[in-house]
Every structure is written in C-alpha cells, then in structure tokens.
Design a protein around this ligand. Structure first.
Ligand code: TPP
Ligand code: SF4
Ligand code: MG
Length: 325
C-alpha cells in the first residue's frame, strides 16, 4: 500500500465561498496541511478574503488577519515582531496574497520584507489576473491572454506584455528558501511547505492557482490543467535554497503547450504562430532552468597539484547578519 505523506489534518473547512474547482482554495488547503495549527495567515483584499470569511463565519482553523492589498509584506513583518515579543517564536507567520496584490500593488512591501530578513513565509497564489474584481489583467497575466481589460476583438489580441518574472525579482533578494508549487502535485507541494516551515528567515512561494471562471474552462479540469502546465514547461517546479536551484519535477521531454492553451477560453484565439511562440518560450525557460541547476551543482573539479581547494562562495542570505524583524 502506498504510504500517505500528506498530513490528514484539515485546517480549511467546508462552507467556504470559493467557486468549484478553485486553485487558490486547493493551495490554501495543502499549505495549512503542511504548516499545521501553529500558524497565522495574513490575507489582503483578493478572492481569498471572500473565500475565507463570509461574515460571521471562517473557513480556516488558524488565525487570519485581513490586511490592505498593498501591505502583506509589512503586515507579516509586524506579525512576526508581535509574535516574538509575546514569546511565540514557534508561530508560523504567513502572507497569502494574489498576483495583483503581490507582483503589482504590494511589490514594495514584499521587497521590504525580504530585504529586512523578516522571518516569515510569503505565498503568492497566481491566478494570473485580478479575479475578485472581475478578471482584470495583472503583470502576472500571460502574454496574449484575454481578460476584461485586454480584450480580443478585431485588432486587439489580449495582453500585449509578457508575464512578470516574480521569482527572478524575489531571488534577487536572496531569500533563505524560494520555490514554485502546484496543487496538481500535492506531494511535492506539501514537502516544500514542510521544508519552508523548518527554515528561519524570509521564504517565498510562487503557487500555480488555476481559476475556472477567469481562465474559462470547466471546473472539473483544474487538476489536469495544472499537470499540463508543469509537464509543458509553462509552470516548472523547482526550489532555490541558499542560492542553489534544484528542479523537483523532471521531464525527459516537455509536452506540447497546445493542449494546455486549447483547454482555456482565454487563449482560444491563439493563431498557430502564437502557439509556436509560447512553445519556444517554454523550451527556453526549461533550458534556462536546466543550465542554472547545472551551474549550482558543478561537477567536482579535479584538484590541481599545489593549488588549494577554492569552494564557491555561498550567496548572501537575507537576515543573516542582524536581528530579524
Ligand atoms: C489599493 C486597492 N486597490 C484596489 C482594490 C480592489 N481590489 C480588491 S480585491 C482586488 C483583486 C486582487 O487581485 P489579486 O491580488 O490577483 O487576487 P485575486 O482576486 O485574483 O484572488 C482588487 C483590485 C483594493 N482593495 N485596494
Ligand atoms: S474567481 Fe477564481 S480564484 Fe476566485 S474564488 Fe472563483 S475560482 Fe477561485
Ligand atoms: Mg489574482
């Protein structure tokens, strides 16, 4: 019999207000399974504030702070300081924000939290648009995608600009741990959460979070779509620890991106040339990850007689030198 590695304890309850097949709801459920009950979550204005708290109820078995959309990074710095002052050093302090609240409106707050070395986990659930207010484009919306503010009609062919690379921005701050996660791979997801839980210092997750109404697909396809995203190289799974990158879901060959794109109404207008462009981007992204992984783990250099071994310097670690806030 297969060994169950995902904790049984549920800290997200039924009766929440998410749509059927909501990726962000799955992400929170798995996140809390990995973190356990000694956790407080700060959530800014987003679908998740609506999902969690239809007044006067809550769908979460942990404390939740409802914060302003631009302030998640600052709010978890404050929560950490308060928890430490109260002698609650073991409390997991978590920010759980959408792509709009992270990559756009809250970017300065995230940067500040990472730079100060705040001992907390920041999770960006990426449903690739402002869903709670009606599917407006964000900087994380993929190039070419339909949204209500990037229409497809006549000459207009969806979002003009490429998706912002949030992981590159975060990694420039040298967090102690950063990873990409996808609820369609629950074992990988929970393993990364448990790993992050054991680390001190600033940590970051970029979570794939499919949204049936916003992406225009049937709600029973969420898990399958997530698998396709990773297998096609649209959303590869990897982790970066102390600057070293490791791919956690390896593919011998990427699946064609076409199946992923055709499954969603927001991409259904793509021409064969546009599909080909996404294909080339996925290939380049995957090759880049493989190269970075190789660079992080170079084969042992043969010792040169008379020359002292010179191990590579580890990257700086945020929050390492001074007290953390
Ligand atoms: C400063 C500010 N601007 C705009 C809003 C309105 N607003 C509330 S939720 C939301 C969407 C947030 O999008 P995202 O962070 O991607 O989360 P999602 O709704 O997709 O879950 C917006 C724009 C707000 N609450 N505060
Ligand atoms: S709109 Fe999308 S992200 Fe928001 S609750 Fe529904 S499925 Fe989830
Ligand atoms: Mg969003």
């Amino acid at each position: 019999m297969a060994k169950l590695t995902i904790p049984r304890q549920e800290l997200m309850y039924s009766g929440h207000a998410a749509c059927p097949g909501c990726g962000p709801a799955l992400a929170m459920r798995l996140l809390l399974k990995g973190l356990g009950p000694r956790t407080v979550v700060s959530v800014p204005a987003s679908c998740w504030t609506v999902i969690a708290t239809p007044y006067p109820t809550t769908a979460l078995g942990v404390g939740m702070l409802d914060n302003a959309i631009e302030a998640t990074g600052a709010s978890i710095s404050g929560l950490r300081a308060a928890a430490d002052a109260l002698g609650l050093g073991d409390l997991n302090v978590v920010g759980f924000a959408g792509d709009g609240g992270t990559a756009d409106i809250g970017l300065q707050s995230l940067s500040g939290m990472l730079e100060r070395g705040t001992d907390a986990l920041y999770v960006m659930y990426d449903n690739e648009a402002y869903m709670n207010t009606g599917v407006q484009r964000s900087s994380a919306t993929p190039q070419g995608a339909w949204t209500t503010t990037t229409p497809v009609a006549g000459e207009a062919r969806g979002k003009l600009e490429p998706k912002k690379d949030i992981m590159a921005i975060v990694l420039a701050h040298h967090p102690v741990y950063a990873a990409t996660l996808n609820p369609s791979f629950p074992e990988d997801f929970v393993r990364k959460v448990e790993k992050a839980r054991e680390r001190k210092g600033p940590r970051f997750f970029h979570v794939y979070a499919a949204c049936p109404p916003g992406w225009r697909y049937d709600s029973d396809q969420t898990i399958e779509l997530g698998r396709l995203a990773t297998y096609a190289g649209i959303f590869p799974l990897y982790e970066v620890e102390m600057g070293r990158l490791r791919i956690t879901r390896r593919m011998g060959q990427l699946k064609p991106v076409e199946e992923y794109l055709k499954a969603q109404g927001r991409f259904r207008h793509f021409s064969p040339e546009e599909v080909q462009q996404v294909q080339e981007q996925a290939r380049a992204r995957w090759d880049d990850l493989l190269a970075r992984e190789r660079a992080a783990n170079p084969p042992e250099r043969a010792a040169v007689p008379g020359e002292p071994a010179s191990p590579a310097l580890p990257p700086p670690v945020a929050g390492e030198a001074l007290g953390r806030t």
